[in-house]
Design a protein around this ligand. Structure first.
Ligand code: GLA
Length: 731
């Protein structure tokens, strides 16, 4: 049993393979948080909590004399509101009488087999006997507002998921102005925050700093999870490294705006709260109605690598779904960086023909095939073929591409509309925009109101027709601006605070309908590259285009940064032209291949203009990727160097049975008298003798991990090396 209730001490203990989580219902019915971290067995951990009179930290009436019980100090599973906890809160409510208070006390709990689901939202799933669910119900007796806290305990995977359901069991409408998914009070310690910031074409740059006494916020007010911040944070011991040290992950499975708040309080206890961004949020909860928050995926591990492994495994097996998520992925050629909007049947077929000859599996027709789409000023919303560009229609091109033995994929950006489009001319009120204000543009486009069922149904009709009428094996689902003018023409004035979240629910509902109806189609997410790279989207699209920056050297940090939380199988990565279109940098074809292979692999350049030797190299890369893909996607991933420091970057894959490994190294700034390229490998079996294919040496795992390996010095522009290790014998 991974969830146990100790009635005598009113303790609830959750246990996974290596972690323990404990909470206690206290004498007033508040749900105290006692522990999350390494396993501590069934020991009652209540003794750790200091009951002390802290001035200016108020006391509930029952303790007004002793003054030792204060919500401002006690670690809690979910906070009350307005009743004396002055730290960052889980909720904010407005009661029917205008007051702003909620005191949540224990009512009951249930322990269930299997994993809960969340209506309308992504939620990790159980593959059979993997999870148990705990539901603890708390209630504010004055208004009848209840909060049900859900915990999904994945014992073997070292993951605990959480979310909160608010139920209005009162008789009048209550407004939620903030509804977080999780509150996690950490043990006393010296904690760092790691988060992943960025911008368009430079996403998920890791940044680590001590958690100060001010409130630190990581979040997005852009209506999407965003390029600028990712809904994944790590809280780790100040001394934690890749290999050891307390490390906690909090990952929100949500693709809209989010907020993570961290506060180191007056007695040096850190609290983390995470959930939907509350900037525009305000939700009216009528009597009998429920509100469901998105899910947070929590994991704890000793060291950052072990934490990453927990998330990689969990996202691949318990978040991503469908036919493709564990399968080998097609190697694709995308025409975007080859031709941009200048596409026609002849050019596309010529590109596909070159690709087929090099062993590439799938052709993807990117932006520009529909409506009056000649540049990014028109056409979005009109999801029917542009016959001026493709006079014989889509099927003519698709048939020719299928005739080459390749699958066909296509780009769409369903949630957007250009003013210059038939859709906008017919339905201007379908775009988000406030009455009387000119909306703000982004890439000259407006955002459709996904909270409007009519809009979602229209998009469903367009996309399902596209998929039914043509032999399409893959969809690239893009989203190319941030959302503002958050106003829906179908909701009343007092419900406009619901639009942002209803938008996300509309998107998820549409994706769910499409992936259920077209289970054979592989969906790849995208938002100007990686602007919506999150576990919410990964529930529908098992891979996401990682970044519009395809420069191999920049990608080392983008891919490395993303790897802290997400598996390489989720990262769309392509070899593009040199000089690179975003940075102008020249890199060897070999290096571009080494970097892009650590992802969902493909090409995005004009193959018809390449030299013969480049094409030969591509043919070899495709063959090699097919051989190595299982090791890369299913193996354990190790960062061997800091992804953002040093003059070279190295990373390694090791198969779960430790019999195979692939070590990758890229020199990012060559030196005249170079320091040795010396690396200690990781994750091997110490007693196994490994054959290194490239230098034909046999070396034990122990030697490679403890003494290390020195690469031959490399000169020139951004050279790279790969080593394939296979077990030849065990001692
Ligand atoms: C976004 C995507 C690109 C490409 C363009 C097309 O920027 O990230 O890969 O599809 O849109 O407009």
């Amino acid at each position: 049993m991974s969830i146990v209730y100790d009635q005598q001490h009113k303790l609830l203990t959750l246990t996974t393979a290596n972690t323990g989580y404990q909470m206690q219902i206290d004498e007033l019915g508040f749900l105290r948080h006692l522990h999350y971290g390494s396993k501590t067995g069934s020991q009652n951990l209540a003794y750790q909590i200091l009951e002390h009179d802290y001035a200016f930290s108020g006391n509930p009436v029952e303790f007004r004399k002793e003054r030792t019980h204060s919500l401002d100090i006690i670690p809690q599973e979910f906070t009350s509101f307005g009743v004396g906890d002055f730290r960052v809160n889980s909720v904010a409510v407005v009661n029917p009488d205008g007051s702003r208070a909620a005191r949540f006390q224990y009512v009951s709990h249930e322990i269930l087999d299997g994993k809960y689901t969340i209506p309308g939202l992504p939620a990790a799933y159980d593959n059979g006997n993997e999870a148990q669910t705990l539901v603890v119900t708390l209630k504010d007796d004055v208004t009848g507002l209840m909060v049900r806290l859900y915990y999904g305990v994945f014992e073997k995977l070292d993951v605990i998921t959480r979310y909160a359901e608010f139920v209005n069991a009162g008789e009048e409408t209550i407004t939620l102005d903030k509804a977080s998914s999780v509150c996690l009070d950490l043990p006393l310690g010296n904690w760092d925050l790691m988060h992943f910031w960025g911008k368009h074409a430079l996403e998920r740059q890791p940044e680590r700093s001590p958690i100060g006494h001010c409130v630190t916020t990581v979040g997005s007010t852009r209506g999407t999870s965003s390029h600028q911040h990712n809904p994944f944070i790590i809280i780790c011991d100040h001394d934690a490294t890749e290999d050891y040290g307390d490390s906690y992950g909090l990952m929100l499975a949500y693709s809209g705006g989010f907020k993570a708040e961290l506060e180191n309080n007056q007695i040096n206890c850190v609290r983390a709260v995470m959930g939907i961004d509350d900037t525009y949020f305000s939700w009216k909860l009528g009597p009998g109605q429920s509100f469901h928050t998105p899910e947070v995926i929590l994991s704890y591990a000793d060291g950052l690598t072990a934490l990453s492994h927990n998330y990689h495994r969990f996202i691949r097996h318990n978040i991503c779904r469908g036919k493709h998520h564990l399968e080998k992925r097609p190697v694709l050629i995308n025409n975007w960086e080859a031709t941009y909007f200048q596409l026609d049947e002849e050019k596309m077929f010529a590109l596909a023909k070159e690709a087929a000859a090099l062993g590439i599996d799938q052709f993807v027709l990117d932006d520009g095939w529909f409506g009056e789409r000649y540049d990014d000023n028109a056409g979005l919303g009109d999801w029917f073929v542009n016959y001026k560009k493709l006079p014989n229609g889509l099927d003519s091109l698709i048939n020719k591409i299928n005739g080459l033995g390749m699958k066909f994929g296509i780009w769409v950006e369903p949630e957007m509309v250009n003013e210059d489009s038939e859709l906008y001319r017919s339905h201007p009120d379908w775009a988000l925009s406030e009455p009387g204000r000119t909306p703000t543009f982004g890439r000259n486009q407006l955002v459709l109101d996904m909270s409007n069922k009519e809009v979602v149904d229209y998009l469903y009709d367009c996309l399902s027709t596209l998929l039914k009428e043509h032999n399409i094996a893959y969809i690239k689902w893009d989203f190319n601006r941030s959302i503002c003018n958050v106003y829906s023409h179908v909701l009343p004035a007092d419900r406009q605070g619901e639009v942002s979240h209803r938008f996300v629910l509309g998107l998820y509902g549409l994706l769910e309908r499409l992936i259920s109806e077209f289970p054979d189609v592989l969906f790849e997410g995208c938002s100007g590259g990686g602007g919506r790279f999150d576990a919410g989207m990964l529930y529908y699209t098992p891979q996401i285009w990682l970044s519009d920056d395809t420069d191999a050297i920049e990608r080392l940090i983008i891919q490395g940064g993303t790897s802290y939380g997400y598996p390489v199988s989720s990262m769309g990565a392509h070899v593009s032209a040199s000089p690179n279109h975003q940075t102008g940098r020249r890199t060897p074809m070999y290096t571009r291949g080494v970097v892009a292979m650590s992802g969902a692999f493909g090409y995005e350049l004009d193959l018809t203009r390449l030299l013969k030797r480049d094409k030969e190299e591509i043919r070899e890369q495709v063959q090699q990727y097919h051989q190595d893909e299982i090791l890369i996607h299913r193996g354990l991933y190790y960062r061997l160097t800091d992804v953002a420091k040093g003059y070279y970057t190295a990373w390694q894959f090791v198969s779960e049975d430790k019999s195979q490994s692939l070590v990758n190294l890229v020199v990012t700034s060559p030196q005249p008298t170079p320091d040795p390229l010396h690396i200690r490998f990781k994750g091997l079996d110490p007693d196994t003798l490994y054959r290194i294919k490239e230098d034909k040496q046999n070396i034990t795992g122990a030697a490679l991990m403890k003494a290390g390996y020195t690469f031959t010095p490399m000169m020139g522009d951004y050279p790279a090396a790969q080593l394939h290790l296979s077990a030849v014998s065990c001692k």
